[in-house]
Design a protein around this ligand. Structure first.
Ligand SMILES: [Zn+2]
Ligand SMILES: [Zn+2]
Length: 311
């Protein structure tokens, strides 16, 4: 008889108010190959994109690909058992797992360090291997060491929201005094402000909510702008108070916001899209670049943990 574990299992998509996640006893994951490790989960972040997939918002883009699943893809825990070929980690160490649970490590994307684009990747929380449970197994190649001094509940959100923010900031080609605007100050955007400041950028935060802009200021944003659906007025406001931005990152999943972000940057500027949606009007002759971004690589996750404050 395999050991059991408790898990929040999603068998049918639906609004969270209808409690689609049911606590269920399922077979505990076991090590099945030599490089695999068994992790006892200490904390798992609650990511907004996970909420979208639970509620069925992303069904048309194939997320989640199968049911039932155990959602949760910002996982932190302690290693309690290692396979015979594990060399990078020891029992007792704390590790984290991003949405990238595994990839083939053999294709062009994997060889270029963009394993999150691998066609054969497995996503954490889109099978029975997710974070809203007690145990998970992971290859030593897809776990990142969490510093001992960092509390698991602080570390967990960095494994999706954090790496997404970090990579999106990197995608703006940040440098000292570059004027970077961040549209959408939520779970990801508030982290992007901090990473952009570390890079020396002049950061503008844009949100509909004054409360979020207060947080943005506390986190170091140099300028804040209240977003308005009156695009003309918003752009005029930006122009008068600040001037057009060099680059913008869009975290708000609203096409209208993307359109405004594209118009709020200078000619030749860069817009990084870190959300799902359509790109509205795009004028090629302004030589703007639109760049998509998705989580981050294992290397970038490692960099992120090295630079994050340990608490
Ligand atoms: Zn996420
Ligand atoms: Zn691959």
């Amino acid at each position: 008889m395999p050991e059991k574990m408790r898990a929040m299992v999603l068998s049918k998509l639906g609004p969270v108010e209808s409690n689609p996640l049911k606590i269920t006893e399922i077979d505990r994951h076991e090590i099945t190959y030599p490089k695999e490790m068994l992790v006892k989960i200490e904390a798992c972040g609650v990511c907004h994109s996970q909420l979208h997939s639970i509620e069925g918002d992303w069904e048309d883009i194939g997320i989640p690909p199968t049911l039932p699943t155990v959602p949760g893809h910002e996982v932190v825990g302690k290693i309690i058992e290692v396979g015979s070929d594990v060399t990078k980690f020891k029992v007792g160490e704390r590790v984290g797992i991003t949405p990238l649970l595994s990839s083939c490590l053999n294709c062009q994307y994997c060889n270029e360090g963009k394993e999150y684009l691998c066609e054969k990747m497995d996503v954490t929380g889109e099978s029975l291997k997710g974070g809203y449970t007690e145990y998970i197994t992971v290859s030593e190649d897809f776990a990142t060491k969490v510093p001992d001094a960092m509390k698991p509940e602080y570390a967990a959100p960095l494994f999706c929201a954090g790496i997404t923010a970090y990579k999106a900031v990197k995608a703006t080609e940040p440098k000292k005094n570059k004027k970077v605007a961040i549209f959408g100050i939520g779970g990801v955007g508030h982290m992007a402000i901090q990473f952009a400041k570390i890079e020396g950028c002049q950061v503008s935060a844009v949100s509909r909510k004054e409360k979020h802009l207060e947080v943005a200021k506390k986190l170091g944003a140099d300028n804040v702008f209240v977003y308005s659906s009156n695009q003309k007025q918003f752009l005029q406001d930006v122009n008068e108070k600040h001037g057009l931005f060099d680059a913008a990152i869009v975290f708000a999943p609203v096409d209208e916001v993307t359109d405004t972000a594209i118009k709020s940057i200078k000619k030749g500027g860069l817009v990084v899209i870190a959300t799902v949606g359509k790109i509205p009007n795009f004028l090629a002759f302004e030589e703007k670049t639109i760049r998509g971004t998705l989580i981050g690589s294992r290397k970038e996750t490692y960099e992120l943990y090295k630079m994050s404050p340990h608490r």
